[in-house]
Design a protein around this ligand. Structure first.
Ligand SMILES: *Cc1c(COP(=O)(O)O)cnc(C)c1O
Length: 392
């Protein structure tokens, strides 16, 4: 049986070059980057510095010391939001975010609400776009932080980050963006965007799992999340994960170098998939923007009269790996908060399927999915009492 991986928004395959870049730090260069009194420690420290410089360059940061390595995208989001909130609470207690953020942002904001902060969760339109005007309208003299994601992980909406960053800056409010889905899949330059903080995670762009980074523009006040030793210039304790960082650095370098080519390829695969599904399956709805403002790798459909989970099971039996809503939401019975926020009724949100392509996705993979999916949907609809009425 064919095996087709279409869940690149959940995680991506580690690149061979990234793995090769990691290996020396598991074998020869095992020194602690904080141990400066012997060579193997200094070797680690120098390697770390070089990797920080190159990650900074690849996201457009002015200085290497604006890049702080973390243990994940979730950690970077938690740090940015809790860190900015607690460091600036004398100025105010109000935070603005959107209803379609990743749970790393939403659950952090909910936690802060239990600790004296007030959070505005902005509505989005039917395609998932945050209106920059709504950000401006929500800002009060108590607002200390705005956090809006660069690209949505479920429906692929690319938010107007530059406009929102401009508004935040005009009001002297810190602006953070979760760019975990965007980095390596669209051009990102922190200076051109004008963001104060940006989160990224290696495993979403063919790097290893368990390593990420937070860009913090020099001058932005952020408290520590992880307390302990003086690593990461005193801001994030823990012995640096050199192998992970090396893998992330290499994966990012390759992603940035091949960005145009990979984006074009993914867009082609995405559109072939969208067209094929629309042509072969009735009563379906594309969730997220049509093409302008949509991530190159994301496809998300709702199929009326079927359950997303059942589609996933039958796709799996056919060797296809996909997702319904987000990986975090699957396993729970609640429909995706993102699909609810774009105004889908419960029963349509439940029948959603996310197929996310990648640079390794081939036309044959896409055609295979277009080949097996219609009969899967038809079989599930044939079992549905709701569909019976429609048929007649
Ligand atoms: C995957 C993801 C995260 C979490 O990153 P981890 O490294 O898995 O913790 C955060 N935000 C978005 C938008 C994501 O897609």
């Amino acid at each position: 049986m064919r095996s087709v991986y279409m869940d690149n928004n959940a995680t991506t395959a580690l690149k061979k070059e990234a793995l090769d870049a990691m290996m020396p730090y598991y074998t020869d260069i095992y020194g602690n980057a904080s141990s400066k009194f012997y060579k193997i420690g200094r070797d680690a420290e120098q390697a770390l510095y070089k990797m920080r410089e190159s990650v900074a360059k690849n996201i457009g940061a002015a200085n290497a010391n604006e890049v702080y390595f973390t243990g994940s995208g979730c950690e970077a989001d938690n740090w940015a939001i809790k860190g900015a909130a607690f460091a600036n609470q004398k100025k105010g207690n109000h935070i603005i975010t959107s209803k379609i953020e990743h749970h790393a942002v939403l659950n952090t904001c909910e936690y802060l609400e239990k600790h004296g902060f007030e959070v505005t969760y902005l509505d989005v339109d039917e395609n998932g776009f945050v209106n920059p005007k709504s950000v401006e309208e929500a800002i009060t003299d108590k607002t200390i932080l705005v956090s809006v994601m660069t690209a949505n992980n479920e429906i692929g909406t690319i938010e107007p980050i530059k406009e929102i960053a401009d508004i935040a800056r005009a009001h002297k409010v810190i602006f953070h963006t979760d760019a975990v889905q965007a980095i390596g899949h669209m051009p990102i330059n922190v200076r051109e965007l004008g963001v104060d903080m940006l989160s990224l995670s290696a495993h979403k762009f063919h790097g290893p799992k368990g390593v990420g980074a937070l860009y913090i523009r020099n001058g932005v006040r952020v408290d520590n999340l992880v307390h302990g030793g003086g690593q990461e210039r005193g801001k994030r304790a823990a012995t640096e994960n050199l192998a992970g960082i090396a893998g992330m650095d290499k994966a990012l370098e390759i992603a940035v170098k091949n960005l145009d080519r990979n984006m074009k390829h993914c867009e082609k695969m995405r559109d072939r998939l969208i067209d094929g599904i629309r042509k072969s399956i009735p009563y379906c709805r594309l969730n997220g923007p049509e093409n302008n403002g949509r991530m190159c790798n994301n496809v998300n459909f709702s199929f009326q009269y079927v359950e997303g989970e059942s589609i996933l099971m039958m796709l799996d039996m056919n060797g296809v790996a996909a997702s319904s809503g987000s990986a975090c939401a699957s396993g729970s019975l609640d429909p995706s908060h993102v699909l609810m926020a774009i105004g889908l009724p419960h029963e349509i949100a439940h029948g959603s399927l996310r197929l996310s392509v990648g640079e390794e996705t081939t036309e044959a993979d896409v055609d295979y999915v277009i080949d097996v999916l219609p009969s899967i949907i038809q079989r599930l609809r044939d079992m549905s009492p709701l569909y019976e009425g429609v048929e007649r």
